[in-house]
Design a protein around this ligand. Structure first.
Ligand SMILES: Nc1ncnc2c1ncn2[C@@H]1O[C@H](COP(=O)(O)OP(=O)(O)OP(=O)(O)O)[C@@H](O)[C@H]1O
Length: 250
């Protein structure tokens, strides 16, 4: 579980995250939505200690993140908004293998993870290709594969679909669905709810650093609109059909 209690993060005078208490269960798929600047990225960067709270606490699997950074970074995999900056090796296969190698895993386990992760992002068989010769979207897919190959307890993806074409997007969504079903919590940060509402157990919408809406997709569609978060019409209707539980408080 990832849990924040009274989390506050300030950049100078700007309160980017303002008293957020949130618990994300194992296996839960949570979409964190909100307008630009609403505090989404700042919030999730606390999940593995990339930022330190000004006030409040963050715990992962029951351990305080600030006092056990290594445990938090092992448990929480992150794919950043500019994932191309995360690539470290010359070739696709070497890059995806880098993290598992650092865990000291046996070679056959590393190979299995690399194969599975590349399949998840539609890059099967492209291990030998040079990273610097890939397109931007392909590099994003390598970064996602690298995080998946670590098989973290919790996987956080910040705007993961920006540069992905439809086949890659669908493949990643399928894999995220399977990961969530097998007990990995999946947190997807986005201001574009297209595609992800069908995957989410829960939508958390941020506004001005606070949690404005928190609930199952079917129950929060109208509240999201009130928060100026656009819900794609078909997805919204599907979400409403799946659940009518009202839980928004925007
Ligand atoms: N390094 C920083 N220094 C100063 N202010 C920052 C910094 N990073 C973010 N902010 C400010 O904190 C607030 C929240 O930013 P954050 O990036 O968390 O929002 P976001 O919801 O992820 O936005 P986006 O959808 O544009 O990525 C914004 O007002 C932003 O300008």
């Amino acid at each position: 579980m990832i849990r924040t209690e009274g989390l506050i993060h300030r950049y100078g005078e700007c309160v980017a995250v303002d008293d957020v208490s949130l618990a994300i269960d194992d296996g839960e798929c949570v979409v964190v939505a909100g307008a630009n600047g609403s505090g989404k990225t700042t919030l999730v960067r606390h999940f593995n200690g990339l930022l330190e709270p000004d006030e409040g606490t963050v715990a992962v699997n029951g351990r305080d993140v600030a006092s056990d950074l290594v445990a938090a970074r092992t448990a929480v995999g992150m794919v950043f908004q500019e994932p191309r900056d995360q690539l470290v090796a010359a070739t696709v296969g070497a890059d995806v293998a880098f993290g598992p190698e650092n865990l000291g895993l046996p070679r056959e386990e590393i190979d299995r993870r690399v194969e599975e992760a590349l399949a998840a992002v539609n890059l099967t068989g492209r291990e030998e290709e040079r990273v610097d010769q890939l397109s931007g979207g392909e590099r994003e897919r390598v970064a996602i594969a690298g995080a998946m190959a670590m098989e973290p307890d919790h996987l956080v993806l910040d705007e993961p679909f920006t540069g992905l074409d439809n086949p890659a997007r669908n493949s990643v969504l399928d894999r995220l669905r399977a990961l969530s079903a097998s007990g990995t919590s999946v947190v997807i940060v986005t201001h574009d709810l297209r595609d992800v509402l069908g995957l989410a157990d829960r939508v958390v919408a941020m506004a001005d650093g606070r949690v404005a809406v928190d609930g199952a997709p079917g129950g929060v569609v109208d509240s999201l609109a009130e928060c100026d978060i656009r819900v794609p019409e078909t997805t919204g209707a599907e979400a409403r059909d799946r659940s009518t539980r009202p839980s928004g408080r925007c």
